[in-house]
Design a protein. Structure first.
Length: 346
């Protein structure tokens, strides 16, 4: 999808795609709230059609509650839940699933309308089919994630499955955004700068790993194991970093996950500062010059939010709010770097 379509495309298609980008970002944020409120296992079945409506009537609510009571999460974590407590966590998982369905409806209705109006160019069709399949795959990954927590001796969804779902959603976000940029950005705003392009790709690779570890942090509740800063519980390199060996230690040990997430944050911040200096000293397009400060601003804000999230993590309410805000700014940083990469692409 590297060839620009801006000279021959309908801008309405681009804004339809950008609407999808906004809805995907909202979906990710709802997913973050769902995870932080421990709501993901409240709905134990996948009903693509009938599951659109919530339970209606006391009997239906009690039936859903009884299904949830069969999970180990209820038995060992939320055994004191009342029906009112269950309705709260049910809402977030239900809302997460309904928003995903709404995303599909917006895509299909828009696709049908543009087909009827003959607004699509031939070169748009295959990318749009890929986009639809990518979205369907994301729904399947989401259900597999939920199933990972509906097994004996599991109190939450698996953190690897959670991260896969999260990163796949961001992949869908980036794909949709790049497609929209092809339709909106004039060729004259794309600058040829191999150095900046390679540096931006490097930053995106670093950010990919950081987002993965952000997913691990959420899945393992790793922020709460060390609610201190700048040290980790008073130590720079605590012995708990090496509770396991090999790859499992890098993925399953909450202390190591926490340590790596912090380290990547510092590295990315330094690299973004150097990236900004490099971009500032080059004569790039007007759009690039006007927006080059955004990644720097966002990464500094993200570090501050990360520190607040860690320090306030013992408070469940603060963890939810700051955790979701931290996730939101991470998506904005990703979007800003993808935007920058598009403006210096080949």
């Amino acid at each position: 999808m590297n060839k620009s379509l801006s000279s021959s495309s309908n801008r309405a298609v681009a804004w339809w795609l950008l609407t999808g980008v906004g809805m995907i970002m909202i979906q990710v944020l709802i997913g973050g709230i769902t995870r932080l409120t421990e709501s993901g296992l409240s709905i134990t079945e996948w009903k693509p059609i009938t599951g659109t409506l919530p339970p209606i009537g006391d009997a239906a609510w009690q039936l859903e509650f009884d299904k949830y009571k069969q999970t180990d999460q209820f038995k060992y974590i939320h055994s004191g839940f009342s029906l009112s407590d269950f309705k709260f966590i049910f809402f977030w998982e239900w809302f997460h699933r309904v928003w995903a369905r709404l995303l599909g409806v917006v895509f299909l209705v828009g696709f049908a309308w543009f087909i009827v109006r003959k607004k699509f160019k031939q070169e748009m069709i295959i990318p749009l089919i890929i986009l639809f399949l990518f979205g369907a795959l994301q729904g399947a990954i989401g259900w597999l994630m939920v199933k990972s927590g509906l097994v004996p001796e599991k109190y939450f969804v698996g953190h690897v499955e959670l991260t896969t779902h999260f990163v796949a959603a961001l992949g869908l976000l980036v794909y949709t955004l790049w497609f929209a940029l092809r339709l909106l950005v004039p060729d004259g705003e794309v600058s040829h700068s191999p150095g900046v392009r390679k540096f931006t790709i490097f930053l995106l690779i670093l950010l990919f790993f950081q987002l993965c570890y952000g997913g691990f942090m959420a899945g393992l509740r790793a922020a709460t194991v060390a609610p201190t800063w700048p040290t980790i519980n008073g130590e720079w390199f605590p012995a708990s970093l090496f509770n396991d060996r090999g790859i499992p230690n890098l993925v399953n040990n909450p202390y190591m996950v926490h340590f790596i997430h912090r380290g990547l944050a510092y590295l990315i911040t330094l690299c973004v500062v150097l990236w900004y200096i490099k971009v500032y000293n080059q004569n790039l397009s007007e759009w690039m010059q006007k927006t080059r400060f955004i990644p720097l601003l966002l990464v500094l804000l993200q570090v501050a939010l990360g520190i607040c999230t860690v320090l306030l993590s013992p408070s469940t309410t603060a963890l939810i709010w700051f955790g979701v805000l931290h996730q939101f700014v991470a998506m904005l940083l990703l979007v800003s770097l993808v935007w920058s990469l598009y403006l210096v692409r080949k």
